[in-house]
Design a protein around this ligand. Sequence first.
Ligand code: MG
Ligand code: ZN
Length: 388
Amino acid sequence: MIKKLRWTKAIALVLALGLGLSVSAQENYKHISKEDSVKVFPGGEQYKVKQFKANFKGKKPKNIIFMIGDGMGIAQVFGGMTANGGKLFLENFKYVGFSRTQSADNYVTDSAAGGTALSSGYKTYNGAIGVDMNKKSQPNIREYAEEKGIATGVISTSAITHATPASFMAHQPQRKMYEEIAGDFLNTNVDVFIGGGYDHFTKRKDGRNLAKELKDKGYKVLRDMKEIAKVKDGKLAGLTAPTHNPRYEERGDMLPVATQTALNILDNDKDGFFLMVEGSQIDWGGHQNDTHFVVNEMLDFDRAIGVALEFAAKNKETLIVVTADHETGGMAVLGGKYKSGMVKGGYATGHHSGVPVPVFAFGPGAEEFMGFMENIDIPKKLKAMMKR
Ligand code: MG
Ligand code: ZN
């Protein structure tokens, strides 16, 4: 019996070795088929990644920057890392964990339940925005910060009314209720928000013009990123697209610039701030099984992380937590070259998957985010740190 087992093991080993050899022998991407063309990112421009000193003041943060890569699993991170020559700003994060993303009614969460878990600390049903299983509104961490007199901001590359940012701003039973979600923005005292979704504020069935209402409340309502980037104080509503912002190739550096703009404004508050930044479209690349899309969105998000790190390293009282609401595409990195930045992606699904997503933390309190945790643990930990 023992002998037999050993033989099977030996045969398996030989087979595995043989398979490995044949795979590397086939490593030739000169003849990319049409089917493969979206799955292979050929490599593009690479950017320099800086190392930041992790040298902080105190045990609890004064400021929190919560960054969510929608659909960002470890393959998306590593695909981006490969494309950028093996380097990402994310490498500055020494405290790393895993978040389990299951929603209350589904092993595979959607971005609404995922966003609500990360914003409120409640597991809820897929589709829910800031409400629990009984459709009861539950306070989110941004609101908690607001109550404490801390400045707050929300940024995304999708419409600002889309599931993830909406989870930090609104309470509605269904994610598709964009106009109702936009209406909820007027019930907050948020200092800065930048994203798409202008139409949800202005072309409404109820005839309300929320852009005007925001102005009356004291917000600068701007649609052009160049104008938005000039704002250094006051309240800002940046609505950069009618619905969603276009993908990176067209949108350019909107996300890193929006992150810098929000930091410029929020840093005026002596009491500290809470800022949520979403790289929304990593998820869309995953849904389309399009490695080019995934990689470019991942790198854009990483550059926004670089902006946050630059601030946090100088400020010394800022905690950055980077995670995802779920993984999208069941993505695998099947091949790559650091030098050219070529990445070959493989995909198990056109939907989300159930695997845990990474959690990265930098700053005072970062050590709280190690090991396995539930998605709802993240806002609970952040909230506990905000108590002061
Ligand atoms: Mg999202
Ligand atoms: Zn999705």
